[in-house]
Design a protein around this ligand. Structure first.
Ligand SMILES: NC(=O)c1ccc[n+]([C@@H]2O[C@H](COP(=O)([O-])OP(=O)(O)OC[C@H]3O[C@@H](n4cnc5c(N)ncnc54)[C@H](O)[C@@H]3O)[C@@H](O)[C@H]2O)c1
Length: 258
């Protein structure tokens, strides 16, 4: 069977671990060329060394997506190493959890710099090339993009804004061969989720509570999110644009348990 991502040259952020790493593995398995970016250079080096055992072409660079100039330079470097970028996956993100009255201006700015401006910086850097020859952008949003968990402010404000960015870019460039979509996972078993559970006095109980919330009694693996990402960045959904695909095991549709 043909590889589903053959001919794709993907710029993937937040690739050193978690969902980003799972997406990298899945894209490599489908024949894509990858350029991986993370701000944690040491972890990214280790990850790339591990991935190099798989077949495929991988470039990588340490960069912070909130730094527009650094991202412009990194996209140029990526194009020189793997060819013009025709797919961008804006995966890098971070939790900033507080309450509306306790969150500081620094937390607000950090949250928006990474979770929204970072995706805009990367999009801005790849879009001129995509407008010339086609491409797809996928933003990793969240169920926090349309629902609220109290005490997680201002993270969901930024994830809501990421859907605004998705739709704005999608409609602006729809006639120019560029698709822009969002993928909204619910809870996923990653370090970010573990850090969240560890923020409670009893992390094991917090983890069990999260599992119990879910209609199927469990949360997603990073690999299950990667399966959806491969589909959305592939040519298998050419008319999907400005869309948000929710992958949360049904949690966000549950009114309350029976
Ligand atoms: N884990 C979940 O439950 C979950 C649920 C819904 C959405 N998401 C979203 O999925 C994405 C990935 O989450 P994850 O759980 O794999 O997180 P993670 O913390 O396991 O990995 C995120 C990676 O992004 C990198 N990163 C963070 N800020 C960066 C920056 N400014 N520049 C470059 N790299 C940066 C980190 O170094 C890290 O390697 C995020 O956008 C997150 O909001 C996660």
């Amino acid at each position: 069977m043909a590889e589903r991502l053959s001919g794709k040259r993907i710029f993937l952020t937040g690739a050193a671990q978690g969902i980003g790493l799972a997406i990298a593995e899945a894209c490599l398995a489908e024949g894509a060329k990858l350029f991986l970016v993370d701000r944690d250079g040491a972890l990214l080096d280790k990850t790339v060394a591990g991935l190099a055992a798989q077949r495929g072409s991988i470039g990588h660079a340490t960069a912070d997506i909130s730094d527009g100039a650094a991202i412009t330079a990194t996209v140029l470097r990526a194009a020189a190493e793997i060819g013009p970028i025709n797919a961008l996956i804006n995966n890098a993100g971070m939790n900033v959890f507080s309450t509306p009255l306790e969150a500081t201006e620094e937390e607000w700015n950090r949250n928006f710099d990474v979770n929204v401006k970072g995706a805009w910086n990367c999009s801005k850097a790849v879009l001129p090339g995509m407008i010339a020859s086609g491409g797809a952008i996928l933003n990793i949003a969240s169920t926090h993009s349309f629902t609220i968990i109290p005490h997680t402010f201002p993270y969901p404000v930024a994830k809501h804004a990421l859907l605004g960015l998705t739709k704005s870019l999608a409609l602006e460039y729809a006639g120019q061969g560029v698709r822009v979509n969002a993928l909204a996972p619910g809870y996923v078993e990653t370090q970010k989720a573990i850090d969240y559970w560890n923020s409670f006095p009893d992390p094991a109980a917090a983890r069990a509570n999260t599992m119990a919330l879910h209609p199927g009694g469990r949360i997603a693996t990073a690999g299950e999110i990667a399966l959806a990402a491969v589909f959305m960045i592939s040519d298998e959904c050419p008319f999907m644009n400005a869309a948000t695909l929710v992958v949360d095991g049904g949690l966000s549709q549950l009114q309350h348990p029976a």
